[in-house]
Design a protein around this ligand. Sequence first.
Ligand SMILES: Cc1cc2nc3c(=O)[nH]c(=O)nc-3n(C[C@H](O)[C@H](O)[C@H](O)COP(=O)(O)OP(=O)(O)OC[C@H]3O[C@@H](n4cnc5c(N)ncnc54)[C@H](O)[C@@H]3O)c2cc1C
Length: 412
Amino acid sequence: MSFDCVVIGGGAAGMMAAIQCKKNNMQTVIVEHTAKLGTKILKTGNGKCNFSNTFMDKEMYQNNNADYAMNIINRFNVDDTIYFFEDLSVYKKERNGYLYPRSEMAASVALALTGKIQELDIPVYFETGVKRIDRAADEYVLRLEGAKTNTIKTKTVILACGSAASPSSGSDGSGYKLVKKLGIKVVKPLPALTALESDKKNMKLAAGVRAFGNVKIMAAGREISQDTGEIQFTDYGISGIPVFQVSRFAVRALDSGMKVEAYVDVAADIKENELVSMIKDAVATRKHQSVSESLSGIFNKKLVMMICKDIGIEGNSSASCVNDDICQKLARQMKSLCYNITGYKGNDYAQVCQGGVDVSELNGNLESVNNPGIFFAGEITDIDGRCGGYNLQWAWSSGAVAAAAAYEYCNG
Ligand SMILES: Cc1cc2nc3c(=O)[nH]c(=O)nc-3n(C[C@H](O)[C@H](O)[C@H](O)COP(=O)(O)OP(=O)(O)OC[C@H]3O[C@@H](n4cnc5c(N)ncnc54)[C@H](O)[C@@H]3O)c2cc1C
């Protein structure tokens, strides 16, 4: 059996790539090693699928490959993505630039894509993997394993196997093995957009609190990243969107053996001297209550309990005992809670991986320089974006651009 393009992996990037190939009349097949297409899409955006963002800037892609990412995204951009989905009757809902389907159901995005694949009559080899990819004259020979065990020939291959993040959705890191067999370098994949673990004393006292604040990551004493938003305090460390945003830097630093600390400022919107005045006023006004009660109009009580313990007083003690020195210490601690970072939540928890196919091995068309006709799309590449729709946008853009380049390769 002979194809123009074999797409390996039926996630966001692979489905986009296969649809674009078939629209160009290329004989296309999807090889998917699970029994379903688009499983990860169902998990996105808390089940609502934040599929893109109207604010697009290279700062949204967090490593040195941001320019490479933007060159691809500019060729199939946010407007192209909106138009593509409108054409499938998936209309957008925008919230502060974040784009969701109007239905606010991730399943509606997956269903629209699988519907188009059916309509275009694109065959899908489910529960089938690829054992080997060999070059033979001007085509590739793929040996399949699993439900299909035959050998197929193709002019081009688009590898869209995802990463190692969220292995229950099928992206189990097996794509990297195929890439390495082709002699292509893979930058060590590590979790990104994940929570950070700590051995901070007293942290369990604040478990369950969500508070607006700033988180700053220090590695070997140097600031490497910071972000602001709703921080979640947990019994193992810290989580929430701002922690996700900075986590890739903390994870990479930990992996290279550095000492990593997170400094959390839960009063990021006010200066320390203003905070001291607020605390002094509160403990004076409510001196008949406990410290944590008296400050509960400023901070969550559980957070105050932890902070009191950190500075060596009991949150249940009387506010009347809090002198100016203690007010100062409380304010300082609230503005600079130190979490010694000892680890991070792994691939089962992480939303994406950093690392993957080294883009220095690719030309500007997502094609392997040393394996002409082999293209890459989606998270398998060493591109990772911030939370906010940037990873799915990368999947749509790279899928569409890889497909267009595969068409050029076949017809150029
Ligand atoms: C909980 C969660 C929430 C998220 N929320 C958002 C969000 O709101 N917005 C956003 O932009 N991003 C979000 N992301 C990230 C986004 O989902 C991914 O970046 C995107 O889905 C990657 O698409 P992909 O096609 O590259 O990979 P995947 O979607 O992982 O698809 C890869 C496919 O390839 C298949 N496969 C893997 N290996 C092989 C193999 N060897 N042979 C055959 N098939 C194989 C897999 O089974 C899978 O179907 C979220 C991720 C998670 C886990």
